[in-house]
Each structure stands twice: as C-alpha cells, then as structure tokens.
Design a protein around this ligand. Structure first.
Ligand SMILES: Nc1nc2c(ncn2[C@@H]2O[C@H](COP(=O)(O)OP(=O)(O)OP(=O)(O)O)[C@@H](O)[C@H]2O)c(=O)[nH]1
Ligand SMILES: [Mg+2]
Length: 262
C-alpha cells in the first residue's frame, strides 16, 4: 500500500490531513504505537451527509469554512482525556462520490465508495479489496445520515450490510447520527422513525448538527461516549503478537474491572 496521501480532485496533496499519521492504514500506525491507546472509529454513510464536518467539529472544534467531497479517505485524530487517562481517537472517514478517473488515481489507497458506484462492473472488484482494509481492526462504527435526505436514511441498511459483510463483530459499538438538524424546515426523517431503526439495530441515536455551534457539545458527546464504551470494553493492556509476515501486531487483553460511566 502506498504511504502517501490521496490527492484531491485538483491533484494536490490534501492539507486537511496535516498532522495525522502519514500512513494510510491506522492498523499500521498501531503497529508502531506499543503502549499507545488508539481507538479506530470509522464514520460511514452516503456522500454529503456531513461525515467530514462532524469529525472536523470534534477534532478541530469548529465547522469547516469550506468543504469538498472526500476523495480517498480522511484521517483525523484527537487526543482526549477520559477518567484521567489520555487516549487517542483516530477516525477514518469514508469517501463520497468517486468517479472512474478518481479510481485510477487512488488505486493504492483505502477507499470506501458511496452507494452511487457500488454496483458498477469493474469498480466492484477494486472496491472490495480496498474496503477490507477500511474495516480491518475497527473498534467502533459511526453511521451517519442526513435528516433532510430520506434516501440517506434508507441507504443505512446497505451500509450496515456492508459492515456486517466485513466481519465487524456485533460487539463492536455502533452509533447512528442524524446530521443537519439545524435545517429545521427541511427535516424528512422523523425522530421516532430514526429511533425505531436505531433500537432495531442496537445502536444509540444522536440527532445533531455539525454546523450549529450550540450543538458542538452534542457532537463531542457522540465520540466521547464511544471512547468511553471502548475504554470500558477493552483492556488497555496491549501485548505484542508476531504476525505471519514477521511484523508485530498489538492485541488487548480483557479487563473486566473497567466500567463505562455512560
Ligand atoms: N446545514 C448543515 N450543513 C452541513 C452540516 N454538516 C455538513 N454540512 C454541509 O453538507 C455538505 C457535505 O458535508 P461533508 O462533511 O463534506 O459531507 P461528507 O459526508 O463528508 O461527504 P463525502 O466526503 O462526499 O462523503 C457540505 O456542504 C457541508 O457544509 C450540518 O450540520 N448542517
Ligand atoms: Mg467527506
């Protein structure tokens, strides 16, 4: 896998990823971070639902002034303190619209295509191998839909299927986020419909807005709550395990004494 950042549509290296890991594979950065506590969270959902803005709000504390569709993947991370302990929350944010030309540019990257190109012959084979990386060693999944776009809510089923199809265990925490609640006059997905769906899939539901500054605490609580659950679930004692390829992999040992205050 190439160790360079995917180029954006203008062909320049994306500066949005500035201080983040130079690797495209967070599991690789885990390899080098013995004793560092990192949770890998993937954020998926249709293009344009606000995945990038939500993670930007959490990691950067603001709504980005200018956004463009994510090509390839977006990496972000934030160091947070939980119960006096410092941990890192790393995000991989799924890609939006991908054209055929983009695909040839990004053939070495981890790419998650949006539903628009899922069933296109030829692309499907490529997508399959890339998405494997995307879901590997994931600690939590955030499904995002746009409360003003019913289609983005209906497509969640497909995103969940994909997640399950990549052997993401049912014990991996999943949350559902309805974004763009600031657009009160345009809401198409009623809260009770979303709640039923979340209950049926054993997910917590957050309805929020990456844009509205008054919601910023709510956005933080999505990820902090996940981090909290992860911290409670996973022992943060890592041990090294030799992989078949000779590299070292980190695993964690269960620690039943930890409880999540959420
Ligand atoms: N009103 C409103 N607009 C938002 C909100 N979040 C994102 N947007 C806008 O929605 C558009 C898409 O946001 P992104 O964060 O780029 O969406 P994305 O899901 O990352 O899209 P892809 O990268 O294409 O998959 C942008 O024009 C944002 O400004 C929100 O909470 N409220
Ligand atoms: Mg994006």
């Amino acid at each position: 896998m190439a160790n360079e950042f995917p180029k954006n549509r203008e062909g320049t290296a994306s500066s949005r990823h500035a201080n983040l890991t130079s690797s495209l594979d967070l599991s690789t950065s885990l390899d080098h971070s013995v004793q560092t506590r990192i949770f890998k969270i993937i954020v998926i959902g249709d293009s344009n639902v606000g995945k990038t803005c939500l993670t930007f709000r959490f990691t950067g504390g603001a709504f980005p002034g200018k956004t463009e569709a994510t090509i390839g993947v977006d990496f972000r991370e934030k160091a947070v303190e939980l119960e006096g302990e410092k941990i890192k929350v790393g995000f991989i944010v799924g890609v939006g619209l991908v054209t055929k030309a983009d695909i040839s540019l990004y053939h070495d990257c981890i790419v998650c295509f949006s539903v628009q190109v899922w069933d296109t012959a030829g692309q499907e084979r490529f997508r399959k191998s890339m998405v494997e990386h995307y879901y590997r060693n994931v600690h939590a999944v955030v499904f995002v839909y746009d409360v003003t776009k019913m289609a983005s809510f209906q497509n969640l089923k497909t995103w969940i299927q994909e997640c399950n199809g990549h052997r993401v265990s049912s014990s991996v925490p999943r949350v559902l986020v309805g974004n763009k609640c600031d657009l009160v006059d345009q809401i198409q997905v009623p809260s009770n419909t979303a709640l039923k769906f979340a209950d049926a899939h054993n997910m917590l539901l957050f309805e929020t807005s990456a844009k509205d500054p008054k919601e910023s605490q709510n956005v933080d609580s999505i990820f902090m709550c996940l981090a909290c659950r992860l911290k409670a679930q996973k022992s943060l004692i890592y041990r090294d395990v030799e992989r078949e390829d000779g590299r070292v992999r980190l695993t964690h040992l269960p620690d039943p004494k930890r409880n999540c205050p959420c």
